[in-house]
Design a protein around this ligand. Structure first.
Ligand code: ADP
Ligand code: MG
Length: 675
């Protein structure tokens, strides 16, 4: 048996079982052994019946008094009962419907019972505990993710079986010298300890080793990709026209903006294609950076394309660009689905001839019949909202043009550098001066009328506002439902004001219409679920009320709040919640104390815990089996040593580095998509 052996060769695995295992992505013995436990049950420490905690899992070693007696309470339901003792106290054991478990217990036999202890102080009870004979017991046992038809225990058994016939299944990707320096366990030992830990310390060491391996290989892979993807481009940007552009701007760039412009232009004037992520909180001025780059690229004789995920955003960028370039000879056009057919033809013709220098649009830009004369720079706003296959489509209309991807999703700096290790990153971590900070308050529902009065006051002054509700239709709970909610307030408290409604079940066209009416100022108060566009800029809206604020994650609250505070008027965000749990309270506290997106993202990561980032594949990165984004200490260590290796032996030619190639190929197998 080796790691490539099909799992069907394991005893007890037939075709049907194999299919169930396949569903868990287990095809080979190697996959099985790398199917790490998601948690553990500690059967190694036992507690006495009297000392057992209420309502937490524990393990009790006890002798069974008599063979459990079954009583059929109704059709299909038999309850088995017995009593066990640890020598000091008695405990009832109740087993529902599990004849097999009940019959495994013998009078006078000593067993380990694992589960929650209930009952009362006088008479303690375990209901349907897990049972193990003492001789197999006393250890930390793995819990695996299970799927219908195959449970954790069955997987544990298969893993054991694999270890009965072999143990050194894997080659260690990490060079011996590095392992020695960092005191890392050998890989096979680590994997074994992860499944069947000797004790807690060994488990911790095994985890550290495997997390390190994963992050280390991951970073090496990204560094390699980045290196390999340095491709030369025929787009020659020879002169930097930034100063000329800045002279026409009504404001001066922030330090962060200047840095981003400088970094980008520096790269475009080298002979290599720029591939850059521009990350900045809402309102940090990404568009101005984009405009500066467009100016220089156009002045060097090339065309630029600027793509946004929705019609509204495209129109907004179009208007902004018209403003930026109004005193220049740069011709700007718009291409979206709603442009009339005749107009489209004209726009396309001018684009093809090279007359249009900047085209702004939606994914209408990637249609086959859109042709450029000489495309030099592609800018994409909120790229993650485009399908993966759309991402490269616009660039392929030119000859290796430069690309800039803009995103307002705040990811902590170190993580951004890692996640986008194959892109260069510029970060706008500074807001333009003179922004009025948004004031945020958290209140309970009793104070809602006061909040509404406050909203009204602003509407009366000619401002606009949002009310955000979490759900559309009346749900199982008392969540404010946007639909009913908006009707209620439109007829009640806010009668006489134009109230609009925006929710996820509306057709894109309907949404666009409502948004357009809000942008134009016709709608004064917009009731909405979370679908308000990220990036929509309505500087006149200065107030936002968020109902059931506890239902939103931190980053989401931050994104929502970013819709206000965009103009010269002071803005206020009011979070309404009655939630008393600690997590909700903590989120409200963070929201009311800072508006710094990166800080909030950091907190969000900490609070959300494992799996969220790597788990979802939206980044197009390989999935981590064990590492989490919160393992920052190991991450930094891995980063440091990966760099060392890349500098010392970039092609992994040294004998001890050779297996790294295999490790990278394995981790990045197939699915890695490059933007
Ligand atoms: P983002 O796209 O990052 O959310 P925008 O580019 O839309 O931000 O900029 C938000 C607003 O700030 C715009 O009205 C823009 O004109 C203005 N702005 C951008 N940079 C500056 C600056 N350096 N000084 C003053 N105002 C700025
Ligand atoms: Mg923007």
């Amino acid at each position: 048996m080796d790691i490539n052996t099909n799992i069907q060769y394991l005893k007890g695995v037939g075709e049907k079982r194999a299919r169930l295992l396949n569903k868990l992505d287990i095809f080979t013995v190697g996959d099985l052994l790398r199917f790490y436990p998601r948690d553990y049950m500690d059967w190694s420490k036992t507690t006495s019946v009297t000392a057992a905690p209420f309502d937490a899992n524990c393990c009790i070693r006890a002798v069974v008094n008599h063979k459990p007696k079954g009583a059929k309470v109704r059709k299909g339901m038999t309850i088995y009962k017995t009593v066990a003792t640890d020598g000091e106290a008695l405990m009832d054991i109740t087993i529902f419907n599990n004849k097999y478990a009940a019959e495994s217990l013998e009078a006078g036999g000593e067993y380990l019972f694992y589960g929650k202890v209930g009952g009362n102080l006088r008479r303690r009870e375990m209901i349907s505990p897990m049972i193990s004979p003492v001789e197999n017991g006393l250890r930390i046992r793995p819990i695996y993710h299970q799927s219908a038809g195959i449970n954790s225990k069955a997987i544990e058994k298969l893993v054991r079986q694999a270890y009965e016939t072999g143990k050194d299944y894997f080659t260690d990707y990490i060079p011996q010298s590095l392992r020695d320096r960092l005191c890392l366990m050998e890989v096979n030992r680590a994997i074994y300890e992860l499944h069947f830990p000797t004790n807690e310390d060994m488990l911790a060491e095994a985890r550290r080793r495997l997390i390190f391996e994963e992050l280390f290989i991951f970073q090496l892979g990204l560094m390699k990709l980045k290196g390999n993807r340095k491709e030369s481009t025929p787009v020659t940007i020879e002169r930097d026209f930034t100063d000329e552009f800045l002279a026409s701007l009504p404001f001066t760039l922030t330090g962060a903006q200047s840095r981003a412009v400088r970094e980008s232009i520096g790269q475009m004037t080298s002979q290599y294609t720029m591939n850059r992520l521009l990350q900045g909180d809402v309102g940090s001025g990404k568009t101005a950076v984009a405009a500066a780059l467009i100016y220089t690229v156009v002045k060097n004789g090339y065309q630029c394309a600027f793509m946004a995920p929705t019609e509204i955003l495209a129109q907004q960028h179009y208007k902004t660009c018209l403003k930026f370039f109004k005193d220049t000879d740069i011709k700007v056009s718009l291409l979206t689905g709603s442009v009339t057919a005749a107009n489209k033809r004209e726009v396309k013709a001018r684009l093809k001839s090279g007359e249009t220098k900047l085209i702004v649009g939606t994914h209408a830009l990637i249609q086959d019949d859109v042709e450029f004369n000489n495309l030099g720079l592609v800018i994409t706003d909120e790229q993650h909202r485009f399908g993966v296959k759309h991402r490269g489509a616009l660039s392929s209309k030119g000859n290796r043009p430069h690309t800039l991807v803009m995103s307002a999703t705040p990811i902590p700096r170190t993580l951004a550098l890692m996640l986008y290790g194959d892109l260069d990153v510029s970060i706008l971590d500074e807001l333009p001066p003179g922004r009025q900070p948004i004031e945020t308050y958290a209140i309970d529902t009793q104070k809602r009328p006061r909040a509404f009065n406050y909203v009204k006051k602003h509407l009366d002054e000619g401002r606009q506002g949002y009310i955000v509700c979490p759900l559309v239709e009346e749900g199982e709970t008392d969540l404010a439902a946007a639909q009913e909610y908006s009707e209620n307030i439109a007829q009640g408290f806010f009668s006489g004001y134009t109230v609009g409604l925006l929710h996820g079940k509306m057709k894109p066209k309907e949404k666009e219409e409502v948004m357009a009416r809000f942008v134009s100022g016709e709608i004064k108060l917009l009731v909405s679920t979370t679908v308000i566009e990220v990036g929509v800029d309505v500087p006149n809206s200065v107030i936002m009320v968020i109902e059931n604020a506890e239902r939103f994650g931190l980053s989401q609250l931050h994104q929502l709040r970013g819709r206000i505070g965009r103009g010269q008027h002071k803005s206020t965000c009011i979070l309404i919640t009655d939630a008393q749990n600690e997590a909700a309270k903590k989120r409200m506290k963070i929201m009311t104390s800072t508006t710094d997106g990166f800080k909030i993202a950091d907190e969000d990561l900490k609070m959300r815990g494992p799996g969220d980032f790597f788990g979802s594949r939206q980044h197009g990165l390989p999935e981590m089996k064990i590492a989490m984004l919160t393992d920052t200490a190991i991450l930094n260590e891995a980063n440091r040593f990966a760099r060392e290796i890349i500098i010392d032996d970039p092609d992994f030619e040294k004998e001890e580095n050779k297996s790294l190639r295999e490790g990278i190929a394995h981790l990045f197998s197939g699915e890695y998509v490059m933007n």
